[in-house]
Design a protein around this ligand. Structure first.
Ligand code: ZN
Ligand code: ZN
Ligand code: ZN
Length: 148
C-alpha cells in the first residue's frame, strides 16, 4: 500500500468507515477530477479497479458524502457533482454553455452568505452559492454560445 493509500484509509477509519477498495478508488477519482458526476466517477473507478458495478460506486459516493468526506453539488437540471474540498463553504462558477465548474472562495476572511437577513432561528453552516454565466472560452466563441 502506498503512503497516499494509507492516508486515505486512515481518513476513512477516522470517520468510522470501513476501508474498501471501492471507497479508496472513489476518493482517488474525485480528488483527481473534482466536480465529476457520478457516471464520470464510475468510468474512472472502472479503469482503476476493473469490473465494479455502478451501484457499488453510487453506494460509496453516498457513504463518503454522508460522512463528510465528499461534498455533493446539486445544480438544477444536471446530475450532482462531487468534490473532496469540504467544509470551507466555497462556492462555484458554472458555465451555462459547456458546464465547466470552477471553485471560488467565499469572501475572504468572512462568510457574508451565511449571515442570512432572516435566519428564522436556524443555525446555518453552509450556503450553496452558484454563480451562473459563461466561461472565458465560451464567451469568446460565438459558435459555442449558440449551442446553449
Ligand atoms: Zn464554457
Ligand atoms: Zn468546488
Ligand atoms: Zn459566500
Amino acid at each position: 500500500m502506498t503512503s497516499a493509500a494509507a492516508e486515505l484509509g486512515e481518513l476513512l477509519r477516522s470517520r468510522g468507515l470501513r476501508v474498501t477498495a471501492q471507497r479508496l478508488a472513489v476518493l482517488r477519482a474525485v480528488s483527481a477530477a473534482p466536480h465529476s458526476t457520478a457516471d464520470e466517477i464510475v468510468e474512472v473507478v472502472r479503469r482503476d479497479l476493473g469490473t465494479v458495478s455502478r451501484q457499488a460506486v453510487y453506494d460509496a459516493l453516498a457513504a463518503l458524502t454522508e460522512h463528510g468526506l465528499l461534498r455533493r453539488i446539486q445544480t438544477p437540471g444536471s446530475p450532482g457533482r462531487y468534490e473532496d474540498r469540504v467544509g470551507d463553504n466555497h462556492h462555484h462558477l458554472i458555465c451555462r454553455t459547456c458546464g465547466r465548474t470552477v471553485d471560488v472562495d467565499c469572501a475572504v476572511g468572512d462568510t457574508p452568505c451565511l449571515n442570512a437577513a432572516d435566519d428564522s432561528g436556524f443555525e446555518i453552516d453552509e450556503a450553496e452559492v452558484i454563480y451562473w454565466g459563461r466561461c472565458p472560452e465560451c464567451a469568446a466563441d460565438p459558435a459555442r454560445a449558440s449551442r446553449a
